[in-house]
Design a protein around this ligand. Sequence first.
Ligand code: 13P
Length: 255
Amino acid sequence: MSAPRRPVLAGNWKMNHGPSETVRFFADFLAMHEPADDRTVVFFPPAISFAAAKEATQGRPDVRLGVQNVYWEASGAFTGELSVGMARDAGAELVLIGHSERRHVFGETSAETAKKVRAVLAGGLTPVLCVGETLDERQADRAEAVVAEQLEPVLAILSADEVAELVVAYEPVWAIGTGVTATPQDAAAMHAAVRARLAQAFGQEAADAVPVLYGGSVKPDNAAELMSQPGVDGVLVGGASLDAQGFAGICRAAG
Ligand code: 13P
């Protein structure tokens, strides 16, 4: 029996909260959120607000920071991009990879996500690989197949040791920013499918080490039920993570 996975409460701010709002957010949030070593709390601010977030969370090692995206090259003529080394130097510990908006708004492919995961692991940071089906894909009964296709190129480049460094976030596209949440049962079924795919590739022990988070319209009033489902190891929260009080409530909902 492997060690229980610690709940992960993650806030993806997307393109919200500039540096001044970031300072205000953390003044409020840190006053409300008691440090707790039985859970991992992490924020993904916009890159331009990262330094403000880092400074605001000095002295609170219970709050971790990540970036929303990286490019796989180490440096060079790649206007607008960030490297893993830069993210690490700034104090990031985690990196979101293949978020639904990266895939569907910016056309990022699963092959590109694999290159990014490789670069993130090589740089010693933790990749949070986001996967999830669209409504059309779900209605065509292809949800599990789509998620398996998204996992495939990443699993192909990982060793069993490396897979233990991975975090997966299941975020159905139809639930993101819509107010429609997957039912706890649907979320549990998809999380089980993700873990089964990891186990098939690397064995059950390796698969059991990987936290699988749910994302998509998570709110203070539905977080506890979602996280009580088997195999749902935490949440990746968009809109509701922008509000200090709301996100502090979601952090408490981990039990
Ligand atoms: P919402 O919580 O706003 O639906 O966003 C989810 C998400 O995309 C987190 O990465």
